[in-house]
Design a protein around this ligand. Sequence first.
Ligand code: NOJ
Length: 753
Amino acid sequence: MAATGLLMSSNLSIEASNQINECAETSPYPSMLINLQASMTTEEKIGQMSQFFSHGEYISEHLAESIRQGRVGSVLNEVRLHTVNELQRLAVEESRLGIPLLVGRDVIHGFNTIFPIPLGQAASWCSETVKQCARISALEAATVGVNWTFAPMIDISRDPRWGRIAESLGEDPHLCSVLGVAMVEGFQGDALHKDGNIAACAKHFAGYGAGESGRDYSTVNIPENELRNVYLPPFKAVADAGVATFMSAFNDLNGVPASGNKWLMTDILRQEWNYPGFVVSDWESIQQLTTHGFSKDNKDAAYEAANAGIDMEMVSTTYLDHLPDLLAQGHISIQQVDTAVTKILQLKWQLGLFDSPYTDASMLPVPLNPEHLQIAKDAAIKSCVLLKNENNILPLSAESLHSIAIIGPLADDPYEQLGTWIFDGDSQYSQTCLQAIEQLLLGQVSIKHVKAMQTSRSYNQADFKQAVDSASAADVAVLILGEESILSGEAHCRAEIGLPGCQEQLIDAIAQTGTPIVLVIMAGRPLTIEDILPKVDAVLFAWHPGTMGGPAIADLLFGKAYPSGKLPVTFPRKVGQVPIYYAQKHSGKPATEATYVHMDDIPVRSPQTSLGMAATHLDTHFSPLFPFGFGLSYTQFHYQNLEISSKTLHLGETLTIKVLLTNTGKIEGEEVVQLYIRDLVGSVTRPVKELKDFKRVKLAAGESDYITFDLCTDKLAFYDRNMQLNIEAGQFHLWVGGCSQTGLRDEFEIIDD
Ligand code: NOJ
């Protein structure tokens, strides 16, 4: 929330303010709010349910007047401190009841200091890192009076064509839940009213990541069982962790748009989960109920949304325009409005806004300070995933190199390394790979930089010759390629997900020189890089690494740091495999190596049933290019002595799993030890593997350690065909390893007596 107020609200007495301090966060609904709500007119209540868009040096007269009239509960996208304080002053001093404003902003992966995109942060598999990034994001955003962020985005994302996969925490319900909770804890701290804490928002409820063919905003059809077992668990996890708000999604879900979906917003969120916070619509998504063809006009849209349980309307004004009539005509009850208003006022109370509506930035750390930058660098280091390292070409040794060619449109572009959703980031603070490598090598090695392409999308090969010449003359070519920021994020979806423009031709040209190639890829999504792999010696996947991406990558390339990221999402070989994810169902005809036939190997006029008859494609292998959980290190880890505490378990018992992990290489490293299970027979079919736990472990060269997991049978529950959450007795397989496709295996049985 805002730091201690500079000005006291004229509408609050000193006694009232002291009283608020005493009961801040202790009372479910303080008497001061009961009295306040009792004195509100219907119009003022509907005003609290309305969020206005503000962005500019000057506050429009329309906005100022709306605030004075009590028609505004929240503003979004205003980040000028003096303007935010003036907006609060208008609300607190010039409106009849002096109710302060919620000030919202998309603080997605940093405010001024930009951290790796959320998908990159997820690749760290490190709750502490994710929490720290959110913590600093909150501290920096709070300096300008922002008290509410629209994050975390916890939409399960299994389609890399979808631009917003960049903003997600990946494909897996468990990883997404754990890291989503870490983000909420980072934003909200231990109490919302403390300086530098801001309210978080779980979005987009629900199913937004499963739009048809990866197109943003498109139709989503998810059977209820799949929705409950895969898409809803992260939302339930953050609800249980106390996330302050939810946001409804743009998409229609099984025919009912989320922003008018009573089953989602009321039956599940409020009744099943007892969620006490409020739900804000996405941007104009209530008005869009009409565009969806779900409501006949805006009045009908307001009715559907209010009736579904959407408490606050973002940007469109169907509530302001139509709730008075809907109330007067008895379609909506005043109790429904009161329920929404109570939750909104309560959050303002919890944030301490009635006591301190104004922001004094001097109470908070200065954005972009060295500590924030260091944490951004550490996060970028942990998020990079080493996908290939032929003959241990990495780390490069400065001592044994004379010259290095640094090639590519993203090598020295301070903006494009930041990624999507960086409204408040400033690329002048970015440190690029070229800058960082130059600084690290300090003249020890000759560096030749050639941009080669103006942008990642360029088809102009005019500068290729210069790039090839520089690579020919160098001991190693470091290619820094990928996608520029605009190619991922909201509404930025792609049908093909290879390297854009003529980057593949650039790799071909450099490969012909024979100079070893280290490829660094910055991107907002998994890319189809199968054809490129044989042409390069190493691939470091850096996502969009943020402000400190350059120093992080330089340290990794030259061994000042070691890679430890693991993929939070499966990399397909070909886009036609999408959706491809590790936790797929087995199917009745699973693909196997023994039966797999590639189309090039099919004899002419083969009979229809002569092939493997399995769930796969003819023109690509059924496996992914890189599986979920995969990532190399500069050292090697050996797993042995898997032990489980029992071969049989009764409901409610806990299985202890122990494995001996050894760093068998010559340098220190960090491994993410992953625990997967398979429930062999279920009343609904179960995934071939499910992540249940993970631990990040640091080991010195030669060091061993026993890693243990406690797996309570509760973690094996799933929604059955009657949509009941149950643990079903039977056989389970269990794996412990460094990725979803490898690991030591054991078995156990759950007995229900
Ligand atoms: C639309 C996006 O879908 C949502 O995630 C974001 O928070 C809002 N706009 C506000 O900018």
